[in-house]
Design a protein around this ligand. Sequence first.
Ligand code: F6P
Length: 559
Amino acid sequence: MTTTPTDATTTSAWKDLTAHRSALTPDLRGWFAADPERATRLTRTVGDLHVDLSKNLVTDETLELLVRLADEVGLPGRIEAMLSGEHINVTEDRAVLHTALRRPAGASPALQVDGQDVDADVQAELAKVSAFADKVRSGEWTGVTGARVATVVNIGIGGSDLGPVMAYEALKPYVQDGLEVRFVSNIDPTDLAETVRGLDPTTTLFIVASKTFGTLETLTNARLARTWLWEQLLAAGAIEDTDEARTQAVAQHFVAVSTALDKVAAFGIDPANAFGFWDWVGGRYSLDSAIGTSLAIAIGPDGFRDLLAGFHAVDEHLRSTPFAQNVPVLMGLLNVWYVNFLDAHTHAVLPYAQYLHRFPAYLQQLTMESNGKSVRWDGTPVTTDTGEIFWGEPGTNGQHAFYQLIHQGTRLIPADFIAVATPAHPLRDGDADVHELFLSNFFAQTKALAFGKTADEVRADGVAEEIVPARVFPGNRPTTSIMAPSLTPSVLGQLIALYEHITFVQGVVWGIDSFDQWGVELGKVLAMQISPAVSGDADAIAAQDPSTRGLIEYYRAHR
Ligand code: F6P
């Protein structure tokens, strides 16, 4: 789509929001005191997610203006354009159809895009991944000695790693006994070495996951893994020292996931053992494609389909729910409010669920690779600040690390708190239900952030006057609380889709293409150019700028 984006800052809603912001004095204490219905009125539901927006720095008027902004920048049309397969990824001239990956079988009307029967292709590939996952889980798929797979090693980076590892960690209770998945991403050889340490090569299956099958880190790690496999199988006397035996070992211990099946074959992996997807799936939106094969093996095809159903529930909510009730739209607009009207630079995501410990890392790619842009989709400069920095750690660990700054620092940090009602491990400490203690921290933190503690309240505790200022909590620190019954595959899919669409909504308001990632290219090219210098090529060293030359010389002197 090469239309000119509407400049949000020229809309009447933006002007009204600017005036509204000037007149607004955030006062969560006062707002809650004056309005007992505030929490109820500002709580929304999407799928199984209970989303309390009431501790945000907004009034009803703020939300009305934000919803108007969404209409004035043409969000309804952009949602339809994405879901119907228009080429909204303009710089790569591609459709953006991760939502097609989770349409149920038989969805009507069928989705046809650019001459492709998208639904049929998605279902066919899902069936292939499912059949393979079943074979591995049942022991029908074996290594060269006939032993069943005990460990799957996913080799990938970025979207070919962060989604699978996050979801595997999140859904550990659903992983089949006797199966383990490990993940290698970094080209630091330490990563591969530590990941395969102690593994039995005869029971290890590698999945090389790369959309392009051209990513330096992944291909290097895949070659290292292949060498490791051959050496270990030879050392164990499991294969003969012949080319045929090596080829057979790769056939039984390596599969691939990619959109570039020709490159998979060139690596030596039988295309029959490769699972495909399509260029209209962005890397950071690809967990629910064949990139999720390691997860499908771990939790099984049924669990994987539950995950997809969770995604789809939120897609449908995005498509059909009026904006005033639409959770991803409202949360995306709130982020715009904080970034553009309240000068927030970062956004914390704080899961009170240890199984979600990789969720913030996953969100960093999703949000920052999507919206870390300075030009709009027509190539013109953005007209306002864009992507904020997402970060976070699971509660309660974060409470003992960085919450100090969120409570009492000078910066406004909107935060999302995420928790589930039913824990996977209902442990007790004597009389105490530990999950309840855990959740008490969630509730306490959002309460403290919203309402703070005044100087008079501190004094009432008998605190010496000179210490009072240090013990005051200003409050008015905004949070969104997201709760679900339990962390099922479906709920995880809902959470991920929620943040995918929040990211999209922000991108639309800012007029940017949230689906390209040109900002990662320059460093990749330079790394290849610098590589000869690092290896000692004198001309290449001389060609570097003084700082880079100095660093390379330091390395060469100390290696
Ligand atoms: O970091 C850039 C990027 O292209 C990501 O968008 C992508 O998820 C990652 O590299 C890995 O790419 P691939 O799956 O093609 O190996």
